[in-house]
Design a protein around this ligand. Structure first.
Ligand SMILES: Cc1cc2nc3c(=O)[nH]c(=O)nc-3n(C[C@H](O)[C@H](O)[C@H](O)COP(=O)(O)O)c2cc1C
Length: 365
């Protein structure tokens, strides 16, 4: 029981979820000036947590997943919560209103969220301008997606879709410590299916390799498609040296078997489900990918239902170098980051690890 769960959460869970999310972003944007001072109170100073991934120094492996700060409006305040990295977005080349509302739903029985936002964002140019003055104490990742022009928009050619990703990447890369390409948005028609096709994936990767980018690149891919899809991804990525790792996105289908919420509650809700119900499939992908990938070259980001140090530690031991969360922030409040990071440091110490990197994949070799 915390102050957040007993007093604040009941109040925050009364209005529509998106209204509260918007209010939290406005508050975070206004509170940016206090980020540095806040961080001195929240950061867990333990050398075991520090890790270097793809040449970037992360003070802790626990970061903010994409989707919370879609437009880079509140990064200073969010870094103040004690995260080891902040990933913003998804951002697309052009601004998008996303899908029609309502598009965000709480599933308290599962401590989960049903999300059908459809990647609304301000567009790459505006977000890049906003980030021009930002200097964070942790790596800033920018998640890039194809623009969602809405359900009635005319279909685009494959070349136009590829070109759009690269346009966004060129605009945003100078502001990013790393880029995460979202090749798998569960809430847009293009995002769901486009990259399952090997020819399209190869064409996209060739365009990526031909686009000089000053930072490491990661791919956020669909968890559907099983081992065959993972093997295809690794084979396709092999010739493209700029790719340094992968992350698995939420699946477009609801994980019915993993949910406590009755079907009659969620079946009318559009979208993907985050939080603990997403974990079994994402963990399976994490394990299978770690076993097959070239570990000298690639690293894995993990997410899905992480709300404790033990959750993060389990994913690290499965093969994740970095762990991102979103939904725990909603259910456990902003102090969850400090609690989790402390718990993770204690678990590493208990098991005799001097560095989080030493624990990566230890259960999966
Ligand atoms: C409301 C919401 C919006 C999200 N938006 C994005 C997004 O724009 N881009 C993206 O790559 N992932 C997005 N995600 C997925 C998260 O980054 C993360 O991978 C997923 O939620 C699993 O972590 P969690 O269980 O800690 O929430 C979103 C998730 C939620 C809950």
């Amino acid at each position: 029981m915390t102050l957040y769960s007993t007093l604040l959460r009941p109040l925050l869970f009364r209005p529509d979820a998106e209204t509260v999310h918007r209010a939290a972003m406005s508050f975070g944007a206004a509170a940016g000036f206090a980020g540095g001072a806040l961080r001195s109170l929240t950061v867990v100073d333990d050398a075991r947590l520090a890790t270097t991934v793809a040449g970037l120094a992360f003070p802790s492996p626990v970061g903010l997943a994409a989707g919370f700060d879609k437009n880079g409006e509140a990064v200073d305040a969010l870094a103040g919560l004690g995260f080891g990295f902040i990933e913003i977005g998804s951002v697309s080349a052009f601004a998008s209103a996303g899908n029609p509302r309502p598009r965000l739903f709480r599933l308290p029985d599962d401590r989960a969220i049903a999300v059908a936002y459809g990647v609304p964002n301000d567009g790459a140019e505006i977000v890049a301008a906003r980030l021009a003055r930002v200097r964070l104490p942790v790596p800033l990742g920018i998640n890039i997606v194809k623009t969602n022009f809405g359900a009635g928009a005319p279909p685009e050619t494959d070349d136009a879709i590829v070109a759009e990703y690269m346009q966004a990447a060129r605009a945003l890369a100078p502001r990013a410590d790393y880029l995460m390409f979202n090749l798998s948005c569960p809430n847009t028609v293009d995002g769901r299916d486009f990259f399952a096709d090997r020819g399209r994936l190869d064409a996209w990767l060739a365009a990526l390799s031909a686009t000089p980018l000053p930072c490491p690149v990661f791919l956020k891919v669909s968890p559907l498609g099983g081992i065959a899809a993972i093997e295809q991804l690794l084979e396709a990525a092999a010739p493209h040296a700029c790719i340094r790792g992968f992350m698995f996105n939420l699946p477009s289908a609801k994980p019915e078997g993993a949910m406590r919420t009755p079907r009659c509650v969620w079946q009318a809700m559009p979208g993907a489900v985050s939080g603990p119900p997403a974990a079994p499939l994402l963990d399976e992908c994490l394990r299978e990918c770690y076993r097959r990938m070239d570990r000298k070259r690639y690293v894995l980001f993990a997410s899905g239902g992480v709300s404790s140090g033990a959750d993060a530690y389990a994913k690290i031991r499965m093969g994740a170098s970095l762990v991102a969360l979103y939904t725990a922030l909603i259910y456990d409040g902003p102090l969850v980051v400090r609690r989790m990071t402390r718990e993770l440091a204690a678990l590493l110490a208990r098991d005799g690890f001097n560095s989080v990197a030493d624990a990566v994949g230890i259960d999966n070799r």
